[in-house]
Design a protein around this ligand. Structure first.
Ligand SMILES: C[S@@+](CC[C@H](N)C(=O)[O-])C[C@H]1O[C@@H](n2cnc3c(N)ncnc32)[C@H](O)[C@@H]1O
Length: 180
């Protein structure tokens, strides 16, 4: 099974804590293996994610503070590819970019921004593919969700998580949780 890891660049602890938390939760829930918050640390987010993974299962790793260049270099040295999500990239529906990503049969590092990303992100030496989830600017959380769902063809929504202490039993109404 091909692996996806998400790298978030540009997190500002005072402004972005809630959105970054949502992006990490989205990555975990929609099939990514792990998340790297590059170039900065946010202890609160790490605690929240570790708590969620402890209760709701994994496997899912969270790392922070690593320089993005180091992450990209190491990822490529292990023959993974880098996909940068940007409104300026190749449209995921009107181009064959997703097909080309999948036929590479390589693990994917998905790079998402926050504030305006460094120009280098668009270059060949960083991103193997620049992918647009539609060519309108919107949100890193929405673009990540659509990319993951397209990549895994919706199957990630049926997966069960290992070592979960709590599990939701789907209901027409109300809430049902089983605890181990
Ligand atoms: C709120 S946007 C900020 C973009 C920033 N103003 C700029 O010009 O680069 C934050 C991130 O969301 C993602 N994003 C936003 N719209 C997107 C789209 N249509 N397709 C793919 N990614 C998108 C990108 O990863 C981007 O770095």
């Amino acid at each position: 099974m091909l692996k996806i890891v998400v790298l978030r660049w540009g997190h500002r602890p005072q402004r972005d804590a809630r959105l970054t938390t949502h992006v990490v939760l989205t990555a975990r829930a929609l099939g990514a293996s792990g998340f790297i918050l590059s170039d900065t640390k946010d202890k609160k987010i790490k605690e929240t994610i570790e708590e969620v993974t402890k209760n709701w299962g994994g496997p899912f790793f969270f790392e922070m503070g690593v320089p993005w260049k180091k992450v990209v270099k190491e990822w490529k040295s292990k023959t993974g590819i880098v996909v940068h999500l940007t409104a300026y990239g190749e449209n995921i529906r009107t181009s064959d970019v997703l097909q080309r990503i999948k036929t590479s049969e390589k693990d994917v590092l998905v790079v998402i921004g926050s504030q305006k990303v460094p120009k280098e992100f668009f270059s060949r030496c960083v991103s193997d593919f620049n992918v647009a989830i539609g060519n309108q600017p919107h949100s890193e959380c929405a673009s990540l969700a659509v990319f993951l769902d397209s990549f895994f063809e919706g199957k990630e929504l049926t997966e069960s998580f290992e070592k979960a202490k709590m599990r939701i039993i789907p209901q027409k109404r109300g809430k049902k949780i089983v605890r181990k």
